[in-house]
Design a protein around this ligand. Structure first.
Ligand SMILES: [Mg+2]
Length: 236
């Protein structure tokens, strides 16, 4: 395939809540966690405390379920002022392990869209999180063969996208990033000079919320992945 003269050659896809469900499983686990601590604090306080602990730990643990589990334990210790029973700690470890085994549920229009694009564009999966967990989800999704490259990264910023799109494709200007997080997928990809296609998911982690960059000429927004080909065709 000739790559010259084409406005777009390379498409990056976020994984969690773009290709498959993710946040809903975290929310379920958080509800179980709140129930475990119900005798010690109000549920809103537990949620708030957990989010604060996660944010504080991100730069050490990175994104993913193992770090989330450690943050649940830390929150339990804080909320109970050190009185949390070891049986509750064991239950927290259990719900963390359950989260690592959640079923992979592909979102609507994902497979058809990837099948239509693969071969015509270089497709690269770009995701944060625990390496082991993301590899498991990719294997279970059955989508792995549709991608030309898989990049599991510790953070997503403009230089991440510049590096990946230069390595896999022919630079960020002829690349597009598709994802459900404005903060991680869209804003930094736009800053790198790529197109950013925002696919909102009804559940998005509070940490990932920022304003929509509606003024950016390369910003696009779609309702679901089935609309992606229309956006690509519109680039000419
Ligand atoms: Mg995501």
């Amino acid at each position: 395939m000739s790559m010259t003269q084409r406005p777009l050659t390379t498409i990056g896809f976020d994984a969690d809540d773009t290709l498959w469900q993710n946040e809903q499983f975290y929310r379920l686990t958080e509800r179980q966690f709140i129930e475990l601590l119900a005798d010690h604090a109000e549920s809103e306080n537990i949620s708030q405390e957990l989010l604060e602990t996660e944010k504080r730990n991100l730069h050490r643990y990175g994104f993913g379920i193992k770090g989330f589990t450690l943050s649940m334990i830390e929150t339990a210790i804080e909320i109970t002022k050190g009185e949390v029973p070891t049986t509750v700690i064991a239950q927290i470890l259990d719900i963390g392990r359950d989260l690592l085994a959640h079923p992979v549920e592909t979102l609507p229009n994902v497979r058809e869209t990837l099948e239509a694009l693969t071969g015509n564009y270089l497709l690269v999966l770009i995701t944060k999180g625990d390496l082991f967990d993301q590899e498991r989800k990719l294997a279970q999704s059955g989508l792995g063969d549709l991608f030309d490259a898989i990049e599991i990264v510790s953070d997503k910023n403009a230089s991440t996208y510049r590096r990946i799109f230069s390595k896999v494709g022919d630079g960020p200007e002829r690349a597009m990033m598709v994802g459900n997080s404005l903060k991680s997928d869209i804003v930094p990809a736009l800053a790198a000079g790529s197109y950013g296609v925002f696919v909102p998911h009804e559940l998005t982690w509070a940490f990932e919320h920022v304003a929509e960059p509606t003024e950016a000429p390369r910003f696009r927004k779609i309702e679901h992945l089935g609309e992606l080909r229309g956006v690509i065709d519109g680039l000419g």
